[in-house]
Every structure is written in C-alpha cells, then in structure tokens.
Design a protein around this ligand. Structure first.
Ligand SMILES: *[C@@H]1O[C@H](CO)[C@@H](O)[C@H](O)[C@H]1NC(C)=O
Ligand SMILES: *[C@@H]1O[C@H](CO)[C@@H](O)[C@H](O)[C@H]1NC(C)=O
Ligand SMILES: *[C@@H]1O[C@H](CO)[C@@H](O)[C@H](O)[C@H]1NC(C)=O
Ligand SMILES: *[C@@H]1O[C@H](CO)[C@@H](O)[C@H](O)[C@H]1NC(C)=O
Ligand SMILES: *[C@@H]1O[C@H](CO)[C@@H](O)[C@H](O)[C@H]1NC(C)=O
Length: 237
C-alpha cells in the first residue's frame, strides 16, 4: 500500500515539475525581460557584416567581443551578450560597447545597427571600418547621449545629419585621420546637450564660431590639421 502511495506521489511530482519550471521561468522573465527578437536579429546581422580576426585588432588588448554572440541555449538572451546592455523594464537594447572589438569591414549605409533605435550609448571606437564613410543612418538613433567612433578608420565627411542627434552629451570622433568636418557650426548648433566633443586629428576646414574659440585648445599639427579638444561647460548661442 505504502509503495503504491509512493508511486502515486511520484506521478504527481512528474506532472508538477514542468509546472514548476513554467512558474520559475515566468518569475525570472518578469525580473529581467528577455531581449526582443528584433534587437537580437539586428545585432546578429551587424555581427555578420564584419570580419573578426585577431589580425583586425588594432590594439593589443582587443579581442573579438562579438564572436560569442549567438542564439543558442543559455546564450539566446542578447541582453547577456558581451558589450550589450538592455533596459531593465522594457528589455530593449539601450547600450552597445564593441570598442576595441577587432571588427574589420565597411560600415554600410543600411547597417542593421540603425534598427536599434532605443540605443542611448554606442561605442564603436578602436575598430577598423576600412575607411568607409560614416553613414548618415546614425541619425536614426535619436536617443543617443553618447557616441564614440574614436580611432576606427572612418573617412569622408561627417554627415550633416549628425546635427539631428540632439540628445548627445558626448561625441568622440577623434583619431580618424581621414575624416573631414566642413561645417563645425552646423554640426554643433543643434546639439544643445553637448558637453564634450572630441575632434583631435580630424581634418577641419571650417571657420570656428567666435563663441566657441574660448573652449578650444588649438595645436597645429600641419597644414589643415587641427587638434581640438574641448569641454563645453555651458552651451549658449
Ligand atoms: C589609434 O590606433 C592606432 C592603431 O591603428 C594606434 O597606433 C594609436 O596609438 C591609436 N591612437 C590613440 C590615440 O589611441
Ligand atoms: C543592405 O543593402 C545591400 C544591397 O542593397 C543588401 O545586400 C544587404 O542585405 C542590406 N543589408 C541590410 C542589413 O539590410
Ligand atoms: C572612446 O573610446 C576610447 C576607447 O575605448 C576611449 O579611450 C575614449 O576615452 C572614449 N571617449 C570618450 C569620450 O569616452
Ligand atoms: C585598416 O584597414 C585598412 C585596409 O582597409 C588598412 O590599410 C589599415 O592599415 C588598417 N588600419 C589598422 C589600424 O590596422
Ligand atoms: C535639430 O534637432 C531636432 C530634434 O531635436 C531635429 O528634429 C532637427 O531636424 C534638428 N535640426 C537640424 C538642423 O539638424
């Protein structure tokens, strides 16, 4: 009789176990929402558009950060991927730091990165975008407060659409030796939250607005090369 009861109990337990599992995953999910499918597919497409190899690392401490991104087993939550930060409430990707990540390849104008419209902080510094232009698609990331493209082999003009990133507090474009800025005033006059702007070793062929000169440290490196670092304590035009 006792063994029969025992048998019944274990049957019940077998039925209860999956239920417990469902409850446990539910609880976990409500504590920390899983990454959205749209976000993880945008990240994976971004990953696939680059070559990653130790040769592409431009700094000895770099490693191919995004190599571990994959949609498998325990790793399927993109919020746990290296360099990815999600909002605790919405689960959307709000931060991406793949700096010094051994990325090599062109940044295309339709990059899937520009679908991560909830991004607030983006760091792509110290990669090699092989002298591609900075796509104006960055302007779709209208919530950005921090954008770092330092030392990442971009070339061409800084897109005028950058002036639409009106929430930017930090913009670092320094050490892109082939990058041109033709209209400094046009770039910054709409960026009313800007605190720090780094343009060291960017080629600037633009008059510097009078009211900005006092915030700028000039250091002529050569013809048409200006090294500029500034801190803007209080922005007023
Ligand atoms: C930028 O990267 C190059 C490697 O391409 C490195 O030699 C240089 O020191 C870096 N510049 C800065 C300011 O870190
Ligand atoms: C970007 O456009 C090219 C050609 O138009 C296409 O092959 C590629 O799949 C597109 N990439 C994305 C991420 O949409
Ligand atoms: C941009 O990223 C580089 C590399 O991680 C870092 O050295 C630099 O301080 C960053 N710039 C800002 C403004 O945070
Ligand atoms: C970046 O890639 C280009 C080729 O596209 C190469 O000429 C350049 O040396 C690379 N830069 C670094 C810092 O490795
Ligand atoms: C200034 O920023 C706003 C967003 O705050 C944007 O709608 C507008 O197009 C920007 N103006 C320019 C000249 O970029």
């Amino acid at each position: 009789m006792a063994s029969f009861l025992c048998y019944l109990m274990s049957i019940r337990l077998l039925f209860l176990l999956p239920l417990f599992h469902v409850i446990a995953t539910d609880c976990f999910a409500s504590m920390h929402p899983l990454c959205h499918d749209d976000d993880s597919s945008a990240l994976l497409q971004f990953k696939e558009s680059f070559v990653m190899s130790k040769n592409a690392c431009i700094h000895p401490s770099g490693y191919p950060k995004i190599a571990s991104w994959k949609l498998e087993g325990m790793d399927r939550d993109c919020c746990s991927w290296d360099g990815v930060e999600c909002d605790d409430d919405t689960g959307h990707v709000i931060g991406l730091d793949v700096s010094n990540g051994c990325l090599y390849g062109s940044m295309v104008s339709n990059s899937s990165l520009f679908r991560l419209v909830q991004l607030q902080r983006l760091n792509l510094a110290y990669n090699n975008f092989s002298f591609s232009q900075i796509p104006s698609g960055f302007s779709q990331l209208s919530r950005l407060t921090y954008l770092n493209l330092s030392n990442s082999s971009f070339s061409g003009q800084i897109p005028s659409k950058f002036s639409e990133l009106s929430k930017l507090s930090y913009l670092d474009l320094s050490y892109n030796y082939m990058l041109h800025l033709g209209n400094l005033k046009g770039l910054v006059q709409n960026l009313t939250s800007l605190q720090d702007l780094y343009l060291n070793y960017v080629q600037i062929s633009s008059p510097v607005p009078e009211n900005l000169i006092k915030f700028i440290l000039f250091d002529n490196i050569g013809f048409n090369w200006l090294r500029i670092t500034w801190r803007i304590p209080c922005w007023n035009f």
